[in-house]
Design a protein around this ligand. Structure first.
Ligand code: BDR
Ligand code: CA
Length: 310
């Protein structure tokens, strides 16, 4: 199984991504690291524990990480995810506790111990923990086989500002460190995640499942369908973060192109914008594979089948 660490800020779509990973035998989840993002850091850590409990996976260690972005003020979005970060469903009280070690220390220690290009990280939150780990121990760049990131936008504008997507907007300085690190990145920007929209039919299919965890996801999705502004007009609610895990399970579900990307950190107007170098004008290495197309029906079939196993 592919060894995977998930860096996350649960979060409605984070929850679905984590459960998809935990339900899939192709992946071995080494641990979850949490960070401030959709809601404040204590809540994202607690939600990660609740998600593991829901999946009956108390064996997966959870490490709490950075409580605020590198330079900017914290920014949360309870209007999308609810005050708890996982409003809409009843998740169990966790029996297991947070690990005592800081997420950044554990990331460095684990990546260094596992060897070159030996570990995959799915980063589905502001990139604060990953950037801190890179600054703490630059040699981890060589230890990561692939950094699978949900964040940014290539051609479709942002969801936070006209220019910027949430994860990059919240900690643009961290994102800049990560994109400039040379690590091989598989990027799932809004261009593709806005095509993976949950609708009532998906909620209904999950609700019909024999798995209690799948039915809990149906409750979450119901809530998320109501809050996610883009759900208006029947378009549905985008399952941004789940794309990263679906791709690890079946890369053929997505199509993209290789390029270099830089992050704007100076301009008030375009803060957190991801700038793709479509024509190779910078002349540097194209370390990002950025996805724009996906087979949405097959992704939902995969998701619903896997959640049904929990
Ligand atoms: C990203 O921001 C968060 O709200 C979601 O969990 C996802 O990671 C989408 O812009
Ligand atoms: Ca997220």
């Amino acid at each position: 199984a592919l060894p995977l660490i998930i860096d996350t800020d649960p979060g409605q779509d984070d929850c679905i991504a984590i459960l998809l990973a935990l339900a899939s035998p192709e992946l071995k989840v080494l641990g979850l690291t949490t960070v401030a993002g959709n809601v404040a850091a204590p809540l994202t850590a607690r939600n990660a524990l609740r998600i593991c409990e829901l999946a009956k996976r108390g064996d997966v260690p959870v490490f709490a990480g950075c409580e605020r972005p590198l330079l900017n003020q914290p920014y949360h979005s309870p209007e999308i995810h609810g005050e708890s970060g996982l409003d809409g469903a009843h998740l169990p009280e966790p029996r297991m506790k947070l690990q005592p070690q800081h997420a950044v220390d554990w990331l460095v220690e684990t990546l260094m111990a596992r060897g070159d290009h030996a570990t995959i990280i799915a980063a589905i939150a502001p990139l604060t923990n990953i950037a801190m780990a890179l600054r703490r121990e630059p040699r981890i760049a060589n230890k990561i086989a692939k950094l699978v990131v949900m964040g940014g936008s290539l051609r479709v504008g942002g969801n936070m500002t006209p220019a910027a997507e949430f994860n990059v907007f919240v900690d643009p300085h961290a994102a800049q460190i990560v994109f400039d690190s040379g690590i091989e990145i598989a990027l799932f920007p809004l261009d593709v995640t806005w095509k993976i929209r949950a609708r009532q039919e998906h909620v209904d299919r999950l609700r019909a499942s024999k798995s209690a965890a799948a039915r809990t996801v149906a409750d979450l999705m119901d809530f998320y369908l109501g809050t996610e502004a883009m759900a208006e007009g029947g378009l549905g609610a985008p399952l941004h973060d789940a794309c990263t895990i679906a791709w690890l399970l079946d890369p053929k579900l997505f199509r993209g192109s290789r390029l270099a990307i830089k992050v704007e950190t100076g301009s008030p107007l375009t803060l957190g914008m991801t700038v793709p170098d479509w024509r190779g004008l910078w002349g540097g290495p194209a370390n990002v594979e950025a996805f724009e197309e996906a087979d949405a029906p097959r992704i939902f079939d995969l998701l619903i089948e896997r959640l049904g196993r929990l």
